[in-house]
Write a protein that binds this ligand. Sequence first.
Ligand SMILES: Nc1ncnc2c1ncn2[C@@H]1O[C@H](COP(=O)(O)OP(=O)(O)OP(=O)(O)O)[C@@H](O)[C@H]1O
Ligand SMILES: [Mg+2]
Length: 254
Amino acid sequence: MAKTVAFHLQKGGVGKTTISGTLACQSALGGHKTLIVDCDPQGNISSWFLKEPPKYELADVLQGKCYVNDAIVKVPAVDNLYILPTFGIGGTLKLYSETKLAEEPFVLQDLIAEASAGFERIVLDLSPGLGRLERSALIASDEVVSPMISEVFSLDGLEIFIHELVKIRKNMRASVKHNKVIINSYDSRIKQHRDIYAAALKAKNYEVYLIPVDPIFRKCQEAGKAPQGFKIKGRGMKDSTIAAFEKLDKDIWK
Ligand SMILES: Nc1ncnc2c1ncn2[C@@H]1O[C@H](COP(=O)(O)OP(=O)(O)OP(=O)(O)O)[C@@H](O)[C@H]1O
Ligand SMILES: [Mg+2]
């Protein structure tokens, strides 16, 4: 059975896709058969890793139009990495989540359980917000890790998320673990960033990870590549970015 980890905070643009995609690459390049499930109707992680939309997408599986294995495709640029994609254009996942999903909140959990047999690790990229789709993805996960950025509103967002997660666990009989927070685009030269880091460290029972600002992410997303090994004008990932993902990879999957 694969371990399933979601990356989520209801706030937009905090690095959920960048971190889940980079961590999935780290895992796959480390020799572990890894699956990304694109649970975001925007389909950002799918357009990062796939040049052309394949025949089926996640919403097709959820609607019973195909089997889960029919919709999983290999990521061409990365060994051991597979994706169950979502196409942003067409909005099928959005429509499904706004209509049918209410009647079948555990459908994603069943899908992950089925996919789980063929993989060691599963990474879920979620959309911003905390609606039905995100809740269904959270109850399908063993663990959720929260990316945030160095803003007061992100800290507020984390508090709200922790509060909501208590209700989700109780109402949906779920046991998803949540004890890791990632401060993304961190710059230690900026006082506000250091202050937010200090405030986050006060959260009891949480481990706090830092990922620096690194232009490699935007570039490799444009190129459809893994950040690991990717170079712009001879420069690859910063050493601190490499170290951050090595530590995350070690801690998340242990
Ligand atoms: N550490 C970083 N350094 C530099 N750029 C970054 C970093 N993390 C993310 N970015 C860039 O910030 C933008 C937003 O990141 P991303 O799409 O991962 O956020 P998100 O939380 O998934 O957004 P959404 O809520 O829309 O799904 C992207 O263009 C990405 O390349
Ligand atoms: Mg995203």
